[in-house]
Design a protein around this ligand. Structure first.
Ligand code: PLP
Length: 280
């Protein structure tokens, strides 16, 4: 495919970055993954607002960045992307030596590329999550490219034949390695509050909006590890998985392993927003 790198459009195989790039040496950068349905980015303003918050949090000035909506539209067109995702990464740039402290005025490295994926309708098969201790840092609100903790956790989950870790810290559920968790108890929808312990997922926020619009009672309160066996329903959300029901957490079976009614309702509401975006 064609990628955007620092103002140039290049075949992916020809796009090159310096070995001194701080993204390569220190994972000193941030990213976004933006869904594309029908050749158009979905919830783009929300993703771009989160990108600005991430850039601001780590002190990268995005003033020299291109106009994101234009650049993303061109990227989608050049790659003839119908359904999939746009990956956008910005690192602090490169100097000619490796020092932790950034020196001088660096030029951020900007990369955009696409990944295609089939458009899904219907209800995904409920999947297993693996309960694991959250070993990541305390600024999970920044969408950092430093993902070593998430990778180790994903590998542990996979060893347990789970699709995603369910992370806990101090007795409460934070989020997944690349997703947010929701629980339903007595008709109330719970999810962890958007503080420094989680990434406020754009899908999370959208699903909260859909739930409030469907008169589902919502509480942004983390649920406790010792309450998991009492959950009526559980699901996770992310850009790539949308709304994914969870039928099992370790050996705890949720809703007899099936997709619960509120999860089902939110999957349908999510599909309706996709239909709306596609003009169907
Ligand atoms: N939490 C983490 C740690 C993530 O990396 C992601 C996405 O990759 C999410 C949550 C879900 O966010 P979104 O819905 O914006 O994809």
């Amino acid at each position: 495919g064609t990628v955007y790198l620092n103002g140039q459009w290049l075949p992916a195989a020809q796009a090159q970055v310096s070995v001194f790039d701080r993204g390569f040496l220190f994972a000193d950068g941030v990213y976004e993954v933006i869904p594309v349905y029908g050749g158009r980015a979905f919830l783009l303003d929300e993703h771009l607002a989160r990108l600005q918050r991430s850039l601001q949090a780590i002190g990268i000035d995005g003033n020299d960045a291109p106009s994101w909506p234009t650049c993303i539209a061109q990227l989608i067109a050049k790659n003839k992307l119908e359904h999939g995702t746009v990956y956008l990464q910005i690192t602090r740039g490169s100097s000619n030596q490796r020092t932790h402290l950034p020196t001088g005025s660096l030029q951020p490295t900007i990369l955009l590329m696409t990944q295609s994926a089939p458009l899904h309708w219907g209800t995904p098969v409920p999947a297993k999550a693996a309960l694991l201790e959250d070993i990541r840092w305390l600024r999970c609100d920044i969408k950092s490219i430093s993902l070593l903790g998430s990778i180790l956790l994903k590998q542990s989950a996979q060893e347990q034949h789970a699709i995603e870790p369910m992370l806990h810290r101090d007795g409460t559920i934070t989020e997944g390695a690349a997703s947010n968790y929701f629980g339903v108890k007595n008709g109330v929808l719970y999810t962890a509050p958007a503080n420094h312990l989680i990434l406020a997922g754009i899908t999370r926020n959208w699903v909260l909006k859909l739930a409030r619009g469907s008169d589902i009672e919502v509480r942004e309160e983390a649920f406790r590890v010792d309450e998991l066996s009492q959950l009526d329903e559980c699901f996770l959300t992310s850009t790539s998985r949308e709304v994914q029901p969870i039928g099992r957490i370790d050996d705890i079976i949720i809703n007899s392993g099936g997709c619960g009614p509120i999860t089902q309702q939110l999957i349908e509401a999510f599909h309706n927003s996709k239909r709306h975006h596609l003009g169907m």
